[in-house]
Design a protein around this ligand. Structure first.
Ligand SMILES: Nc1ncnc2c1ncn2[C@@H]1O[C@H](COP(=O)(O)OP(=O)(O)OP(=O)(O)O)[C@@H](O)[C@H]1O
Ligand SMILES: [Mg+2]
Length: 285
């Protein structure tokens, strides 16, 4: 193992190494999951018979066209939304609608920073709620701000930041709580290409150090290939599991140069063929 850099312990208060990758236990298990939204204008079957597992330390991308049910699945895994059928468990405990699991962190699709709080106060929010003493909190927030590349902006309000910087705040507000399991819903979807790449670099650096178990929703194939170890491809709505791809690129990965390798191009073309069919089905609806 390489020596920990000063930043390495920032998101892991104990300074302990991440759980060894040999640990293959299932963290998230989704079995025959379905969701139908009922409304006055008729039922919408959003998710139909989806099953998959995410093991300890895996970075799994849930990929599919817009409207195929990705957020719906993630919200059910987080316990934020009730399911219509099937089972979901985290560490073998059934996920119940409306209950909070402290092992789980969630980064939302939309920018969810508090506009009335400074960057510091946004990032430290969860620690404040958890009752972490002020000096300990301030020190941890300071180091996290540095890791996020936001040094000098601690006293700024979100309106004074770019979209990418705001998204960094949202990401760090979750990561500072050191969740073992991270659910991310297109967290970089609203960013321009360059800013997105910067965020990929930041996330890769953190994840390759911390090895949280991640379920990452996206409709961007390049993003899924850059970040993940496995891609679960969903069909157009109703979301069904279409294919499951290993992403074998070695780590640590460089978010920019990885895209220039022939292996990246080959896997991109291979999955694109299958994803493209689903994009066309979505358009034809
Ligand atoms: N609360 C709701 N009531 C009724 N229908 C809903 C509700 N939430 C989602 N849907 C429908 O369920 C389907 C899946 O929505 P979902 O938000 O999960 O898609 P998504 O894959 O996350 O799309 P995107 O990539 O655009 O975020 C869509 O057809 C959507 O209109
Ligand atoms: Mg969504």
């Amino acid at each position: 193992m390489t020596a920990a850099s000063p930043a390495a312990s920032v998101l892991r208060s104990s300074g302990a190494p991440a759980v060894a990758s040999a640990d293959q236990r299932t963290r998230i298990a989704v079995c025959a999951l379905s969701k139908t939204f009922k409304s006055a204008t008729g039922d919408v079957v959003a998710v139909d018979d989806v099953s998959f597992e995410v093991r300890q330390g895996e970075f799994v991308a849930l990929l599919g066209p817009s409207g195929c049910g990705k957020s719906t699945i993630l919200n059910m895994v987080a316990g934020l939304l009730d399911k219509s059928g099937g089972q979901i468990s985290i560490d073998s405990d059934e996920v119940r609608h409306g209950t909070v699991n402290r092992k789980v962190g969630y980064v939302f699709q939309r920018d969810t920073v508090f506009p009335w709080r400074t960057v510091e106060a946004n990032i430290g929010y969860g620690l404040e709620i958890a009752g972490v003493p002020k000096t300990e909190r301030a020190e941890k927030v300071r180091r996290t701000i540095e890791v996020a590349g936001l040094a000098g902006f601690g006293k700024s309000f979100p309106r004074m930041l770019s979209g990418g910087m705001r998204q960094r705040v949202a990401l760090m507000r979750t990561l500072i709580l050191e969740p073992e399991i991270l659910l991310m819903d297109e967290p970089f979807g609203a960013l321009d290409t360059h800013t997105k790449l910067e965020m990929h670099k930041t996330l890769l650096e953190i994840w390759e150090r911390e090895r949280q178990t991640v379920l990452f929703v996206t409709h961007d194939l390049g993003e899924a290939l850059t970040l993940s170890s496995r891609i679960i491809l969903l069909s157009a709505r109703p979301g069904r599991l279409k294919e499951d791809f290993e992403v074998p690129f070695p780590r640590p990965r460089d978010a920019v140069s990885l895209r220039e390798t022939p292996e990246f191009g080959r896997l991109y073309s291979h999955i694109w063929h299958s994803l493209g069919q689903e994009f066309r089905r979505t358009k034809a609806e």
